[in-house]
Design a protein around this ligand. Sequence first.
Ligand code: M6R
Length: 366
Amino acid sequence: EKAGFDHFMLKEIHEQPKAYRDTMGSRISPDGRSVVFNELHMTTDDVKAIRRIHIVACGTAYHAGLVGKAVIEKLARIPVETDVASEYRYRSPIITPDTLVIVVSQSGETADTLAALREAKRCGARVLAITNVVGSSVAREADDVIVTWAGPEIAVASTKAYTSQLIAFYLFALFLAQTLGTVPADEIAATLAALNKLPEQVEDILAAKDAIKAYAEQIAAHEDLFFIGRGLDYAVALEGSLKLKEISYIHSEAYAAGELKHGTLALIEEGVPVIALAIQTDLFEKTVSNIKEVKARGANVLGIGYAGDEELQKSVDRTFAIPKTLDLLAPALSVVPLQLLSYYASLARGNDVDKPRNLAKSVTVE
Ligand code: M6R
């Protein structure tokens, strides 16, 4: 049932191109120019009535929600807040009938996420669920559901469910934008064309996995590591750090690169591994100057950037390249080397990759 792979996690990482295709599926019109969400019950007036969006989720799904926030705000210009479900429930969030609450859950059974959904409904908000399990509690109780067609995810560490959630957010943000007219039709078509290319681009990254494996074997001997990035690269850094902690048990922190000198830089010393995501074009120069700050303190830096980026290559100890895409879509590519990194680091440490200590696949208690 592992289809020739040693672990479910590795199998699921390799299933991502298919998961992307299946999640896009019939949601892109045959001419490739618009998003079609037949399953949503939202009319144009319903969409126009949305004043704010709250995205609520736990763990990896929360990290997908951080990307969702950036993408919806950029494309649809609706204010979005993203919260961890266990915090959202108890902070008396301002939920009004013109709030759209989006809950994100692979399993659709996470206790805090389900409780947040119920609280949102009690306050009269419309609830949209993004979930991987048809017929789950979250799917049954939400007003609208976008199913991520990633297929069953067995490994505790979420991989293809996360990336399918990203695809769902891209499509939903484009749907909002086309309904509200916030993005020109040609730009929507160009974004959909770039989305369609992602599965093939993930294949290219997977084909280069030996380079990540070799690097993972080196960092497996370390106890502390840092991920840095800005904007969407920071959102991906958070997910990379969670994945690494979860299955390799190596302590790591994800930092917004511009925040380093407000405290964390004190921890950087000779030989500390730093993984720097430098993909977002408008923030690139700023990130490179943060890379120079850690390099000056002796950090050993792996830079993740677009293929052929010479400036990044000059600033770091080694690079791993991702294929060129729209910056907005880059998280769906840049997270893949980080998934592979945590997988191979866990393997090198002799851990039980699919069933990390202390963790369960679905957290149905608070
Ligand atoms: O089933 P859910 O998406 O609601 O689960 C949420 C988290 O428990 C989950 O993403 C967790 O963080 C993963 N094990 C991370 O890989």
